[in-house]
Design a protein around this ligand. Structure first.
Ligand SMILES: [Zn+2]
Length: 118
Protein backbone atom coordinates (compact mmCIF):
# COMPACT_ATOMS: atom_id res chain seq x y z
CA UNK A 1 0.00 0.00 0.00
CA UNK A 2 1.15 3.54 -0.68
CA UNK A 3 0.96 5.61 2.51
CA UNK A 4 2.03 9.10 3.52
CA UNK A 5 3.79 10.54 6.56
CA UNK A 6 0.85 12.08 8.37
CA UNK A 7 2.74 14.24 10.89
CA UNK A 8 5.15 15.88 8.46
CA UNK A 9 6.16 19.46 9.27
CA UNK A 10 5.74 21.21 6.89
CA UNK A 11 2.89 19.04 5.54
CA UNK A 12 3.72 16.78 2.62
CA UNK A 13 3.14 18.22 -0.81
CA UNK A 14 2.95 15.38 -3.32
CA UNK A 15 2.46 16.42 -6.90
CA UNK A 16 1.02 13.60 -8.98
CA UNK A 17 3.19 13.98 -12.01
CA UNK A 18 3.64 10.88 -14.21
CA UNK A 19 7.18 10.59 -12.79
CA UNK A 20 6.09 10.70 -9.16
CA UNK A 21 3.20 8.29 -9.74
CA UNK A 22 5.58 5.89 -11.51
CA UNK A 23 8.11 6.18 -8.68
CA UNK A 24 5.57 5.53 -5.92
CA UNK A 25 4.22 2.46 -7.72
CA UNK A 26 7.71 1.11 -8.47
CA UNK A 27 8.73 1.36 -4.81
CA UNK A 28 5.41 -0.08 -3.64
CA UNK A 29 5.71 -2.99 -6.07
CA UNK A 30 9.24 -3.63 -4.82
CA UNK A 31 8.01 -3.84 -1.23
CA UNK A 32 4.87 -5.95 -1.72
CA UNK A 33 6.68 -9.31 -1.56
CA UNK A 34 8.16 -8.30 1.78
CA UNK A 35 4.78 -7.36 3.25
CA UNK A 36 5.87 -3.74 3.57
CA UNK A 37 4.13 -0.49 2.69
CA UNK A 38 5.67 2.37 0.72
CA UNK A 39 5.51 5.30 3.14
CA UNK A 40 6.25 8.63 1.48
CA UNK A 41 8.05 11.04 3.80
CA UNK A 42 9.09 13.74 1.37
CA UNK A 43 7.73 15.40 -1.74
CA UNK A 44 7.91 18.96 -2.94
CA UNK A 45 7.77 20.58 0.51
CA UNK A 46 10.70 21.36 2.76
CA UNK A 47 14.38 21.65 1.99
CA UNK A 48 16.06 19.11 -0.24
CA UNK A 49 19.70 19.09 -1.22
CA UNK A 50 20.42 19.03 -4.91
CA UNK A 51 22.80 20.35 -7.47
CA UNK A 52 22.87 24.12 -6.98
CA UNK A 53 19.83 23.76 -4.68
CA UNK A 54 17.79 22.57 -7.64
CA UNK A 55 16.56 19.22 -6.35
CA UNK A 56 14.31 17.10 -8.54
CA UNK A 57 11.85 17.25 -5.62
CA UNK A 58 10.93 20.78 -6.68
CA UNK A 59 10.13 19.59 -10.20
CA UNK A 60 7.79 16.75 -9.22
CA UNK A 61 10.37 14.16 -10.18
CA UNK A 62 11.51 12.84 -6.78
CA UNK A 63 10.05 11.30 -3.63
CA UNK A 64 11.47 10.10 -0.31
CA UNK A 65 10.40 6.88 1.40
CA UNK A 66 10.75 5.76 5.03
CA UNK A 67 13.18 2.89 5.46
CA UNK A 68 13.12 2.32 9.23
CA UNK A 69 10.49 -0.44 8.95
CA UNK A 70 12.58 -2.39 6.46
CA UNK A 71 14.33 -5.31 8.21
CA UNK A 72 18.10 -4.98 7.76
CA UNK A 73 18.42 -8.63 6.70
CA UNK A 74 16.07 -7.97 3.77
CA UNK A 75 17.54 -4.61 2.75
CA UNK A 76 19.58 -5.97 -0.18
CA UNK A 77 16.61 -7.93 -1.49
CA UNK A 78 14.28 -4.97 -1.10
CA UNK A 79 16.65 -2.64 -2.97
CA UNK A 80 17.13 -5.24 -5.72
CA UNK A 81 13.35 -5.52 -6.11
CA UNK A 82 12.87 -1.76 -6.22
CA UNK A 83 15.73 -1.44 -8.69
CA UNK A 84 14.03 -3.98 -10.96
CA UNK A 85 10.77 -2.05 -10.88
CA UNK A 86 12.60 1.24 -11.54
CA UNK A 87 14.22 -0.43 -14.57
CA UNK A 88 10.75 -1.34 -15.87
CA UNK A 89 9.61 2.24 -15.23
CA UNK A 90 12.68 3.55 -17.06
CA UNK A 91 11.95 1.38 -20.10
CA UNK A 92 8.24 2.19 -20.14
CA UNK A 93 8.66 5.95 -19.74
CA UNK A 94 11.51 6.08 -22.25
CA UNK A 95 9.20 4.42 -24.78
CA UNK A 96 6.27 6.74 -23.99
CA UNK A 97 8.35 9.93 -24.03
CA UNK A 98 10.45 8.93 -27.02
CA UNK A 99 13.63 10.07 -25.30
CA UNK A 100 15.86 8.36 -22.74
CA UNK A 101 14.98 8.93 -19.10
CA UNK A 102 16.44 7.25 -16.05
CA UNK A 103 15.05 6.54 -12.60
CA UNK A 104 17.32 5.71 -9.72
CA UNK A 105 17.38 5.47 -5.94
CA UNK A 106 19.83 6.51 -3.27
CA UNK A 107 19.83 5.60 0.42
CA UNK A 108 20.10 8.88 2.34
CA UNK A 109 20.20 8.15 6.05
CA UNK A 110 16.65 7.57 7.27
CA UNK A 111 15.06 7.53 3.82
CA UNK A 112 15.30 6.23 0.30
CA UNK A 113 15.45 9.04 -2.22
CA UNK A 114 14.12 8.10 -5.67
CA UNK A 115 14.24 10.44 -8.62
CA UNK A 116 14.08 10.76 -12.34
CA UNK A 117 17.30 12.16 -13.67
CA UNK A 118 17.26 14.11 -16.91
ZN1 LIG B 1 14.89 13.16 -1.59
Amino acid sequence: MILFKEDSVPPLIIVFTPDNVGIMHAVNNGLINFGLDAIITGGMEGVHPGTHGDSEHYHGRALDFRVRDWPTKYLDGILKNISGHLDILTKTRTKILGCPVQYFYQLEGDHLHVERSH
